[in-house]
Design a binder for this molecule. Structure first.
Ligand code: DP6
Length: 324
């Protein structure tokens, strides 16, 4: 028996990933840029045990058959590298709501790959773990690293150059992320399914793919220059563009809810009054307000009293996936 435990944090994309160029290898159609959080975390233990005849998965203390297929497929990639066939018991817990647009698949697969790598004594470099995590979930490739992270589009058809890399460490430009939680129920159309529907039916898809490289350049240079206003502008643009793209699919995907829209307006009003804050929203109704740490108090009070905001979560920027 061999086991290891790893911790990984969700990441929030500022320049969004939406769409795949190869669904089987889970290769994205666009690169992306994200920030890795610190207080929100997934802790995953993997125990390879020759007495097991199948993999098992416990998620927040409950046996989970729904996610087991994806978890097993990811473990198969690591087993193949180690040249073993041993099944594993995986136990994972999140300290935040699962499946509601808070990137639990990102921290989940980053923690899974990191724990399995250690349990099998593979000692794979972070770049390789990023490639393996990507095959579990595209955004997970970014949670291998901390701080500001870029996911490369890559060119190779086998995905060997499709991994994430750090752009800037968390302490080099501290930020606070305030999450206005609007709903804790899992989303109806998950990212994987939503992206494929968008790719096949949204009339804006080609324009989305074509515009991504300019957005990435703009965000990368804003991060390099620590230019908050520039990062705010490009991040909100990428977020709104992704939601417009998905809303134009057939049937249209509408992830925003009433309180999300109210929160968007409040964030913009705060920014107009001189507060360093902008919003981003993923495939769910939660709004994430990214602010300079000195403005966190103002942001919290503006979001907390919105009707329909059920909880406020707060986080700084943190480290990549690691064994604990
Ligand atoms: C809106 O990484 O969850 O959060 O690769 O199909 O697992 P799969 O998708 P996933 O999609 C994330 C979409 C997003 C934007 C982003 O994180 O870049």
């Amino acid at each position: 028996m061999s086991s290891a435990t790893a911790i990984a944090h969700p990441n929030i994309a500022l320049v969004k990933y939406w769409g795949k160029r190869d669904a089987a290898l889970n290769l994205p159609a666009v690169g992306s840029i994200s920030i890795t959080l610190d207080t929100l975390a997934t802790t995953t233990s993997v125990q390879f045990d020759s007495d097991l005849d199948r993999d098992t998965l416990s998620l927040d203390g409950q046996s989970s058959e729904t996610s087991l297929g994806r978890v097993s497929a990811c473990l198969d990639l690591l087993r193949a590298r180690a040249g073993v066939d041993t099944r594993a018991a995986v136990s994972t817990s999140n300290n935040f709501p699962t499946g509601a647009g808070l990137a639990s698949s990102a921290s989940g697969f980053a923690a899974l790959v990191t724990a399995a790598d250690a349990a099998l004594s593979l000692d794979l470099p972070p770049q390789t773990r990023s490639i393996l995590a990507r095959q579990g979930s595209g955004s997970a490739a970014r949670s291998i690293f901390g701080g500001y992270v870029e996911m490369h589009l890559g060119k190779a058809s086998d995905g060997s150059d499709c991994f994430a890399e750090p752009l800037l460490d968390a302490p080099d430009w501290p930020m606070t992320v305030t999450v206005a939680v609007v709903s804790k129920t899992s989303k109806k159309v998950g990212s994987t399914e939503g992206m494929e529907l968008t790719r096949h039916t949204s009339p804006y898809y080609d324009a989305w793919v074509a515009g991504q490289s300019a957005d990435l350049d703009e965000a990368r240079s804003a991060i390099e220059a620590r230019d908050f206003d520039k990062l705010a502008e490009i991040s909100e643009h990428s977020c709104l563009k992704m939601h417009a793209l998905a809303a134009a699919a057939r049937p249209g995907l509408v992830y925003l809810q009433g309180p999300t829209l109210e929160a968007m307006h409040r964030v913009r009003a705060l920014r107009a009054s001189g507060c360093g804050v902008f919003f981003t929203i993923d495939a769910g109704p939660q709004l994430k307000a990214i602010s300079l740490p000195e403005h966190r108090g103002q942001v919290t009070s503006a979001l907390a009293d919105i009707d329909g905001v059920v909880e406020i979560l707060q986080s700084g920027l943190g480290e990549g996936a690691r064994v604990v």
